[in-house]
Design a protein around this ligand. Structure first.
Ligand code: NZQ
Ligand code: ZN
Length: 389
């Protein structure tokens, strides 16, 4: 196990009706905030009314900015930054999913600088300050409610890039599983795949003797495999929703990364797909992950066998480990399909061939490799995308 430091400062407020506490959670930080949300689901569900009533009751004023799109855009971030500066707002409250939270994080960084926040996404310097961020989560998926990450798309060139900083841990995140009852089945499925991807990015590591976190990751994967079908069969199943939601946060709050180094190539490759084609991140991952696995299988067959046996209940066959590993991958693909998600680029409606372009962008023109388990250059990324066709 590697040395590590672990701290996750995000306060989680979990359970039924907890959105009514949002005003009380916000007030200690600021009495004048930006209320940030997506395309309208929070208005249809009545959540907007409950959140604003709670803010009002706590004496918190707000300026609002809705309209965050999945794969959140830089132009809206710029609008949010302008509002924060103009009205001297003291906190950004995201009510929605990963896209809204990531947009809020970008605004929180941009509000503290004179220049363009996009520079951080290009790796030009690191943020030194950010406004406090709070969230009311409506979809278990990205894990942004307790992560250091934000992923934004710049429309010009359709570049999707990430920033990670400890400054971006939300101060609090409110998780009420009831708020997820209204999710369309496709979004539930995409969320399940994204959560599983966050777990598997961490599972496939070159660090030895990480048995404890292996077991935690396997348990969290098995939780999603067990609960996602229940949620799809009965959208009002509170207990299944609750297990799913909490597993989604734990999958990405870095606890399961302690003492080990994750891979993250599949995420980097997927960001090129959703950057160009604007597909849901989870749907893109369902295409990339199986292809990545087939490409890197022989790097550490034992690890794949362990995963196949423990997570997918494949019978161990010591004389044919490759068959065991491949059966694990086949069961994972079948699981994704059982949720209604395709596992090929064609299933995403992608029939043109921009593989060379995506591989080039992903590796900055072959100037860098992606992934840690296996370091992938431009040709390797292209080979994975071809396997995904
Ligand atoms: O915009 P509204 O109307 O709210 O609709 C959303 C959106 O269309 C809808 N939705 C959300 N909650 C709902 C609901 N509809 C009905 N009822 C509800 N309760 O679902 C759609 C998807 O929302 P979005 O926020 O895009 O989903 P998700 O949480 O999957 O976020 C995806 C984004 O997160 C990034 C992805 O790249 C992608 O841009 N990621 C962020 C990470 C991070 N910050 O740590 C890590 C992840 O790996 C990921 O890359
Ligand atoms: Zn993800």
């Amino acid at each position: 196990m590697d040395n590590f430091e672990f701290r996750n400062p995000t306060k989680i407020v979990f359970g039924r009706s907890t959105e009514h506490q949002v005003g009380a959670e916000v007030a200690p930080y600021s009495r004048k905030i930006l209320l940030h949300f997506g395309g309208g689901s929070i208005k249809q569900s009545g959540l907007y009314d409950r959140v604003t009533a709670s803010l009002r009751a706590a004496g918190v004023e707000w300026v609002e900015l809705g309209g965050v799109k999945p794969n959140p855009r830089l132009s809206l971030v710029h609008e949010g930054v302008k509002l924060c500066k103009q009205h001297q707002l003291g906190l950004v409250l995201a009510v929605g999913g990963g896209s809204t939270i990531d947009s809020a994080k970008a605004i929180a960084m941009g509000a503290m600088i004179e220049g363009d926040v996009w520079d951080f996404y290009l790796g030009k310097g690191a943020p030194q300050a950010a406004l406090p961020i709070g969230t009311v989560l409506t979809i278990p998926a990205a894990g942004s409610e307790a992560s250091t990450g934000t992923v934004i798309t710049k429309e010009e060139g359709w570049l999707k890039r990430a920033v990670n900083s400890d400054l971006l841990y939300p101060r609090f995140s409110i998780l009420n599983p009831e708020l997820t009852f209204t999710l369309p089945p496709f979004q539930v499925a995409c969320g399940a795949v994204d959560i599983m991807a966050h777990l598997m990015e961490r599972y496939f590591t070159n660090v030895r003797d990480v048995a404890f976190t292996d077991r935690l990751i396997e348990a969290t994967l098995k939780t999603i495999i067990a609960q996602a079908p229940k949620v799809l069969a009965n959208p009002q199943d509170y207990d299944a929703r609750a297990e799913f939601m909490w597993a989604g946060t734990i999958a990405h709050n870095n606890l399961l990364n302690t003492g080990r180094v994750g891979d993250w190539a599949s995420h980097d490759i997927e960001h090129e797909i959703s950057g160009i084609y604007d597909v849901a991140h989870g749907a893109g991952l369902a295409v990339v992950f199986p292809a990545w696995m087939k490409h890197v299988l022989h790097h550490d067959l034992d690890r794949f066998v362990q995963w196949a046996v423990r997570v997918w209940n494949v019978e161990l066959d010591v004389f044919n480990p490759e068959a065991v590993a491949r059966e694990g991958i086949a069961r994972m693909e079948a699981f994704f399909r059982s949720l209604g998600i395709g596992t090929t680029l064609a299933s995403l409606g992608i029939h043109d061939d921009r593989i060379a372009e995506m591989a080039d962008k992903c590796t900055d023109g072959n100037a860098r490799t992606v992934g840690n388990f296996v370091k992938l250059d431009r040709d390797a990324v292209a080979a994975i995308l071809r396997l995904a066709q």
